[in-house]
Design a protein around this ligand. Structure first.
Ligand code: FAD
Length: 421
């Protein structure tokens, strides 16, 4: 029997990749240092969406980040680190926020996203519990001018690829778009068809599908490096010994760079930390909600509401800063009404406060490619805000690449060493 393709990292990207590899009849093993779906793939907002496919380094974002210096309640929080790699990353991030680079990045993601909902349908038809529903997304704003500006940008970006409304709804009518919205909301619009999953349940569903397909999953096993011979990886080295492999796929989220360094190809990855928590609201939202001015979100997940937000650049760690949880809760109150009076009450009201590190490359695009210098090592990481949305298409395209040795054209913008790093 031939050696397996070993997937390192059991987040949504690794699980989807393992799923499609196994569906093609390849022997597959997954190595995960903790439990499947326990990294950034756990407490996120679960959006599967086309209308938020923009890379984070957008025009004006650096000015916005600089204004957030020293303000831990800001939606985008930057804690300056005395680390040359961090400074280099920021410099490249700033360069990528030029309008032309932003538009190129957006087009690349939109193209990749084209088959996303078809792939989710395919997973469901194959028996995977995706939990996907498509209630649509309401973008809510405290001012009509801000809503109109946002919609104009989104319409221009969508460029007819998916339906966007012609105009915003204003005044008291705005909050009729979703029963959870507060009277402070003065303008809103609905993007129909946008989806949401329960991210933990989705990871669980993929795990079950892998088990059914005979994929061997090693949980609580940390990958340490590789055994190589010429331009080939012949085994994954783990703390519990070596696993011989036919090929290896690195999908280890913000830790991917450590493993890629072992192959001489470190990646400039930074964690964009985000926070979330769950709460039972008297009137829960029916759609996914985007809180425009405060850049926070709410999602109906299971029987509860998950509120999340913030983008914190403070190093590759998973430290939870309670002030940021409070900032997200306070931001949400403008759009959802006073669901709490005093931040001190939050500890009793919310469940599962969570922080996750979105893996970010400085141009905001993922890398989905063969590792240069190796014939059988691949990597897929850097999905930033969009790992759940792009998980299936990443896994599908990477599987084609691993099988045929030819990079699908749609992956060209996501190669190693592209300009902008
Ligand atoms: C607050 C918040 C909200 C978000 N909302 C959305 C959303 O609505 N929609 C969306 O599309 N995306 C969203 N995201 C982004 C999304 O969560 C990420 O892009 C996605 O989870 C990244 O998946 P991943 O598989 O690359 O990484 P991870 O889920 O972090 O998986 C990597 C895995 O690799 C394992 N690992 C690491 N090193 C090793 C090693 N050496 N050996 C073995 N295993 C290892 C880790 O334990 C981990 O399980 C959100 C993120 C945050 C923080």
């Amino acid at each position: 029997m031939s050696a397996p393709v070993v997937v390192v990292g059991g987040g949504v990207v690794g699980l989807c990749t393992a799923y499609y590899l196994a569906a093609e009849g390849l022997a597959v093993e997954v190595v995960e240092r903790r439990a499947l779906g326990s990294g950034a793939s756990r407490g996120n907002a679960g959006w599967v969406c086309l209308s938020h496919s923009t890379p984070v380094p957008a025009p004006g974002v650096v000015r916005y980040a600089l204004r957030s210096l020293g303000r831990p309640d800001s939606p985008l929080y930057l804690r300056p680190l005395p680390d040359p790699a961090f400074v280099r990353w920021l410099w490249r991030f700033w360069r990528s926020s030029a309008p032309a680079a932003f538009r190129r990045g957006y087009m690349a993601i939109a193209e990749l996203n084209r088959t996303t909902f078809d792939l989710f349908d395919g997973l469901r038809e194959a028996g995977v519990e995706t939990t996907l529903t498509r209630p649509g997304m309401v973008h809510a704003f405290l001012s009509a001018a801000e809503a109109r500006h946002h919609l104009a940008v989104q319409r221009q970006m969508a460029d007819g690829r998916y339906p966007m409304p012609d105009d915003v709804v204003t005044g008291d009518e705005a909050r009729l778009l979703d029963p959870a919205l507060s009277p402070e909301v003065r303008a809103a619009y609905l993007v129909e068809g946008e989806g949401v999953v329960d991210p933990e349940a989705f990871a669980h569903g993929l795990g079950e599908a892998l088990a059914a397909a005979g994929v061997k999953v090693h949980e609580n096993v940390e990958a340490l490096g590789f055994r190589t011979s010429g331009d080939r990886v012949t085994a994954l080295r783990t703390e519990q010994g070596e696993i011989p492999c036919e090929a290896v796929v690195i999908t280890s989220g913000i830790r991917s760079s450590d493993l890629l360094s072992a192959l001489g190809r470190p990646l400039p990855l930074q964690a964009g930390k985000g926070y979330s928590f769950s709460v039972d609201l008297d009137t829960p939202p029916r759609h996914t909600l985007y809180f425009g001015e405060r850049r926070a979100v709410a999602s109906p997940i299971g029987a509860t509401t998950r509120i999340g937000g913030t983008m914190e650049l403070s190093g590759n760690n998973n430290r939870l800063d309670w002030r940021r949880v409070v900032a997200v809760a306070l931001a949400s109150r403008h759009y959802l009404g006073r669901w709490f009076d005093d931040p001190d009450d939050l500890i009793g009201l919310i469940r599962d406060p969570w922080v996750g590190g979105r893996p970010f490359l400085p141009d905001g695009l993922p890398v989905i490619d063969r590792v240069p210098g190796y014939g059988n090592a691949f990597a897929a990481t850097g999905h930033g805000m969009l790992g759940v949305t792009l998980g299936p298409v990443t896994g599908r395209m990477l599987t084609d690449y691993v099988r045929t040795g030819r990079r699908p054209e749609v992956l060209d913008p996501f190669r190693f060493g592209r300009p902008g790093w």
